[in-house]
Design a protein around this ligand. Structure first.
Ligand SMILES: Nc1ncnc2c1ncn2[C@@H]1O[C@H](COP(=O)(O)OP(=O)(O)O)[C@@H](O)[C@H]1O
Ligand SMILES: [Mg+2]
Length: 265
């Protein structure tokens, strides 16, 4: 299983849309076994698949309850090959509780839980909150790869430096293999601001940029109201075509990296 964190310290940059739709495409188009982890108290990824609830266990239990078993918490979605670990507002309290609990390691709880289902999935995609809290650090500790969605506007690059520092710290202290797979532009509009933003990103060696950007398409907003992945809502819209291309590029980037790891090892 390869684990990928989707992260940006900013909200509204299409983290959830990208996590949910990439997971859906890997499962339904590429026939991979995929676990989507909702690691945001807002629970938007859970809502998108109709699995937001306060009655069932959630990622909160994974992080705070030593005896909770991940297999009992993961829920199937309506799509073959795609399961979800849900989140809800209790994750807010969980973040505080973990910080107060010094009896066991705080940063590696999600990683340990994911190890129990390692053989059952090809990919685990983690949708993160726009924050660096202990549950986000748990995600970074558990991840092989990081993806940063960027929506180009006036403040698009705020927080990138802080995020990079956090990735470096995580690498030094808990997860030496954590790899920044790249950034990708979301909500792309064919205007000067977006073109210049993308050009600028292309020159930043620290932030490798995906060739594929995701076009802004009204249908994406509509798909969230319909609680449906974009590919199901509109098979031919720009965002669907772009997410399909993005998933191809993601798989080939991971392929190149894992082959070069094999050669080195
Ligand atoms: N390609 C797109 N085209 C149009 N709207 C989009 C696109 N991607 C995301 N959005 C919209 O942007 C908003 C924020 O997306 P979301 O994934 O929830 O961001 P985040 O998880 O980073 O906060 C949502 O209303 C979503 O519908
Ligand atoms: Mg979100």
């Amino acid at each position: 299983m390869k684990t990928i964190s989707i992260i940006n310290l900013k909200g509204g940059v299409a983290k959830t849309i990208s996590a949910a739709n990439t997971a859906h495409i890997l499962a339904t188009v590429h026939h991979k076994k995929v676990l989507l982890v909702d690691n945001d108290k807002q629970g938007n990824a859970s809502k998108l698949f109709g699995l937001h609830s306060y009655d069932d266990m959630s990622i909160t239990d994974v992080l705070t309850n030593r005896s909770a078993r991940l297999v009992d918490i993961i829920r199937p979605t309506q799509f073959a090959g795609l399961d979800l670990l849900p989140a809800n507002m209790t994750l807010l309290q969980a973040n505080l509780q973990i910080m107060l609990d010094t009896a066991r390691q705080r940063e590696t709880r999600l990683k340990k839980a994911l190890q129990t289902i390692f053989g059952q999935y090809d990919y685990c995609i983690i949708d993160n909150a726009p924050d660096i809290n202990i549950s986000v650090i748990n995600a970074l500790a558990a991840s092989d790869y990081v993806l940063i969605p960027i929506k180009v506007d006036n403040f698009a690059f705020d927080g990138l430096k802080e995020l990079k520092e956090q990735l470096d710290n995580t690498r030094e202290e808990i997860n030496p293999d954590l790899c920044l797979l790249g950034c990708f532009v979301t909500c792309y509009q064919n205007n000067e601001v977006n073109q210049q933003g993308e050009e600028w990103l292309r020159t930043q060696a620290d932030y490798p940029l995906f060739d594929t950007h995701i076009r802004r398409t009204e249908k994406v907003d509509e798909s969230t109201f319909a609680s449906t992945p974009i590919m199901v809502y509109s098979r031919r819209c720009g965002a669907t075509l772009d997410y399909l291309k993005f998933a191809d590029e993601l798989l080939s980037r991971i392929d190149v990296l894992s082959n070069s790891d094999k050669k080195e090892g």
